[in-house]
Design a protein around this ligand. Structure first.
Ligand code: DUC
Ligand code: ZN
Length: 457
């Protein structure tokens, strides 16, 4: 079975060109001008942009956290993902402290296998370090997991300097890479205690207890540890100009540092927490919190000049009923936002159409860079013969309004309700199968596990 997408513009990180794309089965067979139909079903994509399927390297589906479970599991989460043009998610397998990595991996396979509408891989969370866990590391690489996650905050998951250093040194032996959540936990706890003692329990206390310097301090701290360990590192969900400065300092010392930011840090600011209505404010609680407009501008510039390599979502959704748990105590509001469904159209609208980044940069940020960084390239992240036929057909002329009513996430709300997009996703192909057509789901849970190899960056 062959399909020929005819008349579109194929986007890659390096350049865009007018070209047809011939798909055979799950793979791209040819890319070129005026390809003959040769028995293929022809789809006219004149005027459309063809992006490699977007990769979201930061999702949390079916995660037990804050005494509850995320609203989106792999069923709704991956439907939401592919609806928004994401054909591969890399979710965080998260064993509890005391559990083995293999237990966590098996558990995440159970959550995802047979229920996913887009392809998926897993990063492995290291929240404990001992000889038994060290001995499991080779098996993780053999299982297609070359990327790991560590937390410098959250008591249930945080890991101290000594353990982090030892874990990083071990990963280095196999060419692995870790992404780290950087916030200074101790000072945040002190600020929370002070806010509570003063009776300041509303959502507006949340950003006040996690100010910019506490991200920058943790980033600087981590980057000195990785300097000594001699390892590359990923700073996940970087949100502040101060933290970015620390990254630039480390790079000037010769260190290999990769940076991810998220749409909400580019598009929303901390005024969202100061709305009087509890529910209006609580829905935006996440960590790190939204920052100031000047941080947003710095982040956008960093996307344009290559200082930041990826934009993933940290999709960690809760319903507004779940967010209600923190009435009277902002620390009980489950932290996280839905975002996997809106990332592509938002980045095109606020980035490409607004002239902040080019469509080639968008391709690098959403597809090619995460594929390279996390070892899925060239199977994913690029439209070339031999790659998986994961494609987003983007119609730059079909503006739309974002609204929860048409979304597939189980969150039941979107932080971007009523926002107008420039253009929208016309079709999404997953390994050659038409999965979404003008917002309508056309395929079932055909997503498969994608084993990955050590980073190609
Ligand atoms: N931040 C959140 O807000 N939720 C999930 C994990 C994270 O880092
Ligand atoms: Zn996260």
């Amino acid at each position: 079975m062959k399909t020929l997408l005819k008349g579109g513009t194929v986007v890659s990180a390096a350049a865009s060109r007018a070209a047809d794309v011939l798909i055979e089965g799950e793979k791209i067979l040819a890319v070129g001008e005026n390809l003959p139909a040769d028995g293929a079903a022809v789809v006219d994509v004149t005027g459309k942009l063809l992006f490699p399927g977007f990769i979201d390297a930061h999702t949390h589906f079916d995660l037990d956290v804050c005494n509850t479970t995320t609203a989106d599991n792999f069923d709704t989460g991956t439907r939401s993902a592919i609806h928004g043009g994401t054909t591969l998610v890399i979710d965080f397998a998260c064993p509890n402290k005391g559990e083995s990595l293999q237990y966590g991996l098996d558990l995440w396979h159970k959550k995802a296998d047979g229920r996913s509408s887009c392809d998926y891989g897993f990063h492995m969370t290291i929240d404990d370090w001992n000889e038994a866990i060290r001995a499991e590391i080779p098996a993780m690489f053999a299982a297609g997991i070359p990327s790991f996650k560590m937390y410098m905050t959250y008591p249930a998951m945080m890991i101290g300097d000594q353990d982090m250093f030892c874990a990083l040194q071990e990963l280095k032996k196999y060419g692995g890479i870790a992404g780290v959540h950087c916030e200074n936990a101790g000072v945040i706890d002190a600020l929370i205690a002070a806010h509570k003692a003063a009776g300041q329990t509303a959502p507006s206390s949340h950003p006040e207890c996690r100010p910019n310097p506490l991200e920058a301090e943790a980033v600087a701290h981590l980057l000195r540890i990785t300097e000594v360990a001699g390892v590359p590192i990923v700073i996940v969900h970087l949100s502040t100009k101060e933290a970015l400065l620390e990254v630039m300092r480390a790079r000037a010392r010769g260190q290999q540092v990769y940076v991810e930011t998220c749409p909400h840090y580019l598009l929303l600011d901390d005024s969202v927490y100061y709305q009087e209505d509890y529910s209006a404010a609580a829905r935006y609680i996440c960590a790190p919190p939204m920052r100031k407009k000047e941080d947003q501008e710095v982040l956008w510039k960093a996307l344009a000049n290559g200082t930041i390599q990826t934009v993933s979502t940290d999709h960690c959704s809760f319903t507004l009923q779940q967010k209600d748990a923190g009435r009277g105590d902002f620390t009980k509001i489950p932290g996280g936002l839905p975002g996997v469904e809106t990332r592509g159209e938002l980045l095109y609208t606020a980035g490409v159409a607004a002239g902040r980044i080019t469509k080639e940069q968008m391709c690098a940020l959403l597809s090619e860079n995460p594929a390279r960084l996390y070892g899925a390239y060239p199977r994913k992240g690029v439209i070339v013969p031999g790659s998986d036929a994961d494609l987003v057909v983007y119609d730059p002329a079909a503006d739309k309004t974002i609204t929860a009513g048409t979304q597939l996430s189980a969150a039941g709300y979107t932080p971007y309700e009523g926002w107008r997009t420039k253009g929208s996703i016309a079709q999404v192909y997953l390994r050659g199968t038409l999965a979404v057509d003008h917002g309508e789901m056309k395929a079932g849970p055909i997503g498969t596990y994608i084993p990955r190899h050590p980073s190609a960056l």
